[in-house]
Design a protein around this ligand. Structure first.
Ligand SMILES: [Zn+2]
Length: 490
């Protein structure tokens, strides 16, 4: 007897070219069988999907749970938001320094605390990418892989000389660096050398060990921010776009790629590319350095919003929201297969924190980042299907590709031996985004008022229904994912 049988789905699998009618039989949290017409007598429980699409649970490969609110609270509300959006694996970028746990120190002390706080708080499965901020952290990278299953690391290229929300001369304090430590290109090089050693030393795990980079350079941001502020003509998102110009992204992509070449650092993820210049730079680097396995990421925010967005400061994020021409270029490259995955870059930044109440329209005083994991599949489907993006390709962009890169080998597909992470999705139901209807604690959304076509109706994590028709169900049963994980064998 199966534990659960989901009847009458239209199955959307990655690496396929069509959608098939199928039933999904589940036991022990895993998919046991996928076939048409599995008899209901063979299962203890039956859920009729009534012809809805069944996507694999989404792997949101770029989140920031616990950045602006205590992790213990954020993990609850933001993982519920994830479940609403069909996300079943949430991977958060975490680091020492200001925000998050607001402390420095060694990861051997810091990370167990992160895991301790996380335990029992997540409604979906979860993992963390970690950023080596000081020299000692670089030496801890193999320990983080071997003892804690952390196989992906991050560099924030602009942090050494530019603040999270704008210009700052406090970055040494922000990162809680000591003495003569610097967060600079040399530090990035040594992170890459370490990662390269780790890839070499662990041939079996090698494809799943990677380094992610936020590609912007501080010098350009500082100079252009001063110019735009002095000039004073541009406002809101237009000003922020000009203050962090696309060529800063392009330059950072060049620097990161050359360093990867120099250090033979084979697996590089270029995060949230926002502009034509950034993406073109990334494609030039792919052609120039074919021995580096690059991955190119875009966010749902950069695919849905542009600088004319009426929600203004609410959409402040790094790198910035760009003009429509850049947005359309991103879509072009999503369609041509040059973008590997789509993420939310979800960072719940509450209304009180987001902008200065006395200057609500002041983009410079606003904080960076916003949530959106709950709109990822609806947003991708809504705008993607208009442009001819197939359902199977969507499943690659938000399920399979990030799962494979980040070592979640039992995630990202619906087939025998995979975790029963399943999203039931109605491609015909339209809705208008209202922050008030979200489980997120953010209280607003820059997507407010957008009409999206395609709605998540139910989300299953390892066979447990955690969300259905607007309601979160049950208890927080998300598990920490040690990476790279092994695929189940039957
Ligand atoms: Zn981010």
């Amino acid at each position: 007897m199966y534990d659960l049988l989901i009847k009458n789905t239209k199955l959307v699998r990655p690496n396929q070219t069509s959608v098939e009618v199928a039933d999904i039989a589940i036991s022990g949290g895993e998919v046991q069988r996928v076939a048409p017409s599995i008899p209901v007598e063979e299962a203890k429980e039956v859920h009729d999907a009534k012809g809805l699409l069944a996507f694999p649970g989404l792997v949101d490969g770029h989140m920031h749970v616990g950045i602006y609110s205590p992790l213990a609270e954020d993990a609850i509300t933001e993982s519920k938001a994830a479940a609403m959006g069909g996300v079943t694996s949430a991977i958060t970028y975490f680091r020492t320094g200001e925000y998050y746990l607001n402390k420095g120190g060694a990861y051997k002390d810091f990370y167990p605390e992160v895991l301790d706080i996380s335990k029992g708080k997540y409604w979906v499965d979860y993992a963390y990418h970690l950023a080596p901020i000081n020299r000692a952290h670089i030496d801890e990278m193999p320990m983080l892989l071997n003892d804690f299953g952390v196989s992906s690391f991050k560099i924030f290229m602009f942090y050494g000389g530019h603040g999270l929300h704008g210009k700052s001369d406090q970055q040494h304090n922000f990162l809680k660096l000591e003495g003569d430590e610097k967060y600079d290109f040399a530090h990035f090089e040594f992170i890459m050398r370490k990662l390269s050693e780790m890839i070499e030393a662990n041939p079996q795990q090698a494809p799943y060990i990677s380094l992610s980079l936020h590609c912007e350079v501080a010098d350009i941001l500082n100079a252009y921010t001063s110019m735009v502020q002095r000039d004073g003509k541009l406002k809101g998102l237009h000003a922020y776009n000009a203050a962090r110009p696309p060529h800063s992204e392009g330059l950072a992509v060049f620097i990161a790629s050359y360093l990867a070449h120099e250090t033979s650092c084979a697996n590089i993820n270029l995060l949230h590319l926002t502009s034509r210049k950034a993406l073109e730079a990334a494609l030039m680097m792919r052609d120039l350095f074919p021995h580096i396995n690059f991955r190119r990421e875009v966010t749902i925010g950069h695919l849905l919003l542009d600088t004319d967005e009426p929600n203004g400061v609410l959409a402040k994020v790094n790198p910035p929201i760009r003009p429509r021409a850049d947005v359309e270029f991103l879509w072009e490259k999503v369609l041509s297969g040059d973008v590997d995955w789509v993420v939310s870059d979800h960072a719940c930044c509450s209304t009180e924190m987001k902008y200065n109440a006395d200057h609500p329209d002041d983009i410079w005083m606003a904080k960076s980042g916003f949530g959106g994991t709950e709109y990822m599949l609806s947003g991708l489907h809504s705008e993607g299907s208009k442009r001819g993006l197939s359902l199977n390709r969507m499943a690659e962009l938000v399920c399979w590709n990030p799962a494979q890169r980040y070592g979640l080998l039992s995630k990202g597909d619906i087939a025998e031996g995979y975790d029963a992470d399943i999203v039931l999705f109605d491609p015909n139901e339209s809705f208008v985004v209202r922050a008030a209807e979200s489980e997120s604690n953010q209280g607003y959304t820059p997507f407010e008022g957008h009409e999206l076509t395609g709605k998540v109706k139910a989300t299953f994590v390892r066979g447990n229904m955690v969300y259905e028709n607007g309601k979160i169900l049950g208890e927080a049963m998300g598990q920490y994912l040690l990476r790279p994980m092994e695929k189940h064998n039957h």
